[in-house]
Design a protein around this ligand. Structure first.
Ligand code: NAP
Length: 320
């Protein structure tokens, strides 16, 4: 089969399409013919060798795949050959024609969701769901600022929050991103490249501040976020790319808190909760993964460059 292999950590150029043996599922494992693989920012940090998780080399990147079950190993009950599935991490990597996954890592994909959409489910929607429900403990009557609402996690958060009933403020850095955030459910949108946009957000809350901030770039925004919070407000750090200084007094004055998490560390009960919520939302149409761009698997290096560039507009997906 064809697969992207990383033989050394480095820039996007280390992602090379190679011919490798197709894996065979052992007991409790599933082989999936991958039709689409989602590209996530963490894939680029891992490839660079700067991420907290460093896989042994060589490795095939990708946790979010969608496709059809090709074969199953002994004892597998959850899925059968021919089922459409999405993956939540894999054993062998999703940037490939076939991926090996444990039975627990595959989930049935609702029929109305395309493979490219299915490859944009786990990391973006799992993260957004965990942030809103488990971390922020959001209530329908609250306001949420999705700080970075044009990318994978942001769009997912906007759709989930809208489904619950929250009032949503979303930010993006381009007209296309702002339009997507609005179309997917943000009540008001703001340009995070415009000087003074934080004042506009505060004004939109009647100067009360927002109850929840889902933060995609904490190292840039945290000092301002603490001033945008309402009483008992909470910032949920989802994305962060450096160090930052804040004035803790802003938190004290608001009884506010800052929390962070990584999706790798969620508990089994939380994961079960997330899948139940996501499948229901995908089936009833409140969750609609947005595919911004499809690229052939061979162009994984281009996908890794583009995902870190400004101007997000949905997911970048590798198809094969
Ligand atoms: P993405 O699809 O590349 O989107 C990035 C988002 O960040 C876009 O909406 C982008 O907006 C926005 N952004 C850029 N500059 C910003 C600024 N100054 N203020 C606020 N937002 C800004 O990435 P993603 O998949 O949504 O992931 C977002 C971040 O969360 C990444 O850093 C990722 O590594 C992290 N993440 C963490 C977890 C976890 O477990 N904690 C899970 C998933 C993702 P424009 O392009 O419109 O400017």
């Amino acid at each position: 089969m064809k697969a992207i292999l990383v033989r050394e950590f480095g820039g996007p150029e280390v992602l090379r399409l190679e011919e490798v043996p197709t894996p065979k599922p052992a007991a409790g494992q599933v082989l999936v013919r991958i039709h689409a693989a989602g590209v996530n920012p963490y894939d680029t940090y891992m490839r660079a060798g700067t991420y907290a998780r460093k896989p042994p080399l060589p490795y095939t990147p990708g946790s979010d795949g969608a496709g059809v079950v090709a074969t199953v190993g002994e004892g597998v009950k959850k899925v059968k050959q021919g089922d459409r599935v999405y993956t939540t991490t894999t054993l062998s990597g999703a940037y490939a024609e076939y991926a090996l996954a444990s039975e627990q890592q595959v989930h049935l994909l609702p029929s109305k969701i395309s493979f490219s959409q299915g490859a944009g489910v786990w990391v973006p929607y799992g993260t957004a769901y965990h942030a809103l429900y488990h971390s922020a403990k959001a209530h329908a009557s609250e306001t949420v600022l999705v700080h970075g609402a044009s990318g994978g996690v942001g769009i997912a958060a906007v759709q989930i929050a809208r489904g619950i009933g929250l009032t949503i403020f979303g930010t993006a850095g381009t007209p296309a991103g702002l339009q997507i955030a609005k179309r997917e459910g943000a009540h008001q949108v703001f340009d995070h490249r415009k000087v003074g946009y934080q004042e506009e957000i505060l004004k939109a809350t009647g100067n009360r501040g927002v109850n929840i901030i889902l933060e995609m770039l904490a190292n840039v925004n945290l000092p301002h976020d603490t001033k945008l919070l309402a009483k008992d407000g909470r910032v949920i750090v989802i994305g962060n790319r450096g160090e930052v200084t804040i004035n803790a007094r802003e938190l004290m004055a608001r009884r506010a808190s800052i929390r962070g998490f990584t999706l790798w560390d969620i508990m089994p009960a939380e994961e079960a909760d997330i899948h139940a919520g996501l499948i229901a939302g995908l089936e009833n149409g409140t969750l609609r993964p947005i595919v911004g761009k499809e690229l052939p698997l061979a162009e994984a290096a281009r996908a890794h460059k583009e995902i870190l560039e400004p101007g997000a507009a949905g997911k970048i997906i590798l198809v094969n």
